[in-house]
Design a protein around this ligand. Structure first.
Ligand code: SAM
Length: 250
């Protein structure tokens, strides 16, 4: 069955834009329901790994409604959130305003993760929670993140995984195929919106594939953890130093 949001003929980004524009008002509620609230724990773990505190300039790429950006700001970091879907950003803005004290440390702008509107070497930390899987080109996205990180800067990725245990994987994929689309139908009147998760996951290389891509695109110290038996993966890496520049002036 063809999913109207999972477009593979070069218009991938258009489908993703339409998807998140349509689900933005219900996005946070469905996140809580479909993950039984666990996404909050996973994002907390992600923020601990990002170690963004005072003096840190962090980018939360594909920031959506701002969960991770706000959390890092609460730890004292200055955070830029970027997303290309305006209604998701509007919801994030509302949450930042509501947060009061931390609000001053979060800025939100509309932009494309494949052409980040920031200079090279601008950030100490980049986080991407449930963002990378949605990009039209994963490697181009990782190269773009590498560009905007300072040498030694850290990238932390949280996304859906593919459990190695076959029984667990088939139970989990059945949940994504049969149950999660029901939330889309009930809350957004559109089951395709949440059937998209499994379809995008099928094309996503998950933990091992992303680790290899990181190693081939300017990152070192690549490490991952499986969450809930591989249902999610948390991957961290650091931008390698630029040793070649030592000879640049010779
Ligand atoms: C599943 S949501 C994740 C939101 C948030 N990070 C979270 O964890 O709740 C994916 C987000 O990525 C954004 N996105 C997808 N592709 C993008 C791109 N190329 N540039 C910027 N944002 C993008 C979508 O608009 C959406 O808000």
């Amino acid at each position: 069955m063809v999913n109207k949001y999972y477009v593979t003929d070069g218009a991938r980004a258009d489908g993703v834009r339409q998807l998140f524009t349509s689900i933005a008002p219900q996005y946070d509620r469905i996140n809580d329901l479909q993950s039984f609230g666990l996404h909050r724990i996973w994002k907390r773990r992600m923020r601990r790994l990002a170690a963004a505190g005072e003096e840190t300039f962090a980018l939360d790429l594909c920031c959506g409604t701002g969960d991770v950006a706000l959390g890092m700001a609460r730890s004292g970091a200055r955070v830029l959130g970027i997303d290309f879907v305006f209604p998701m950003l509007e919801r994030a803005r509302w949450r930042v305003q509501r947060a009061g004290g931390t609000g001053g440390r979060v800025s939100l702008i509309q932009g494309d993760a494949l052409a980040i509107p920031c200079p090279a070497g601008a950030f100490d930390v980049v986080t991407m929670s449930y963002g990378l899987r949605n990009l039209a080109d994963f490697e181009a996205g990782l190269r773009e993140v590498c560009r905007v990180l300072k040498p030694g800067g850290r990238l932390v990725i949280l996304d859906f995984g593919k459990p190695e245990n076959r029984l667990w994987r088939s139970m989990y994929f059945s949940y994504l195929r049969l149950v999660v689309p029901v939330f889309g139908r009930l809350f957004c009147g559109d089951s395709d919106a949440y059937r998209y998760i499994l379809e995008s996951l099928n094309a996503y290389p998950a933990r091992s594939g992303i680790e290899q891509m990181l190693a081939g695109n300017g990152f070192g110290c690549v490490e991952s953890a499986d969450l809930l038996g591989g249902v999610m993966h948390l991957t961290a890496a650091e931008k390698q130093g630029q040793t070649a520049s030592l000879f640049a002036d010779l």
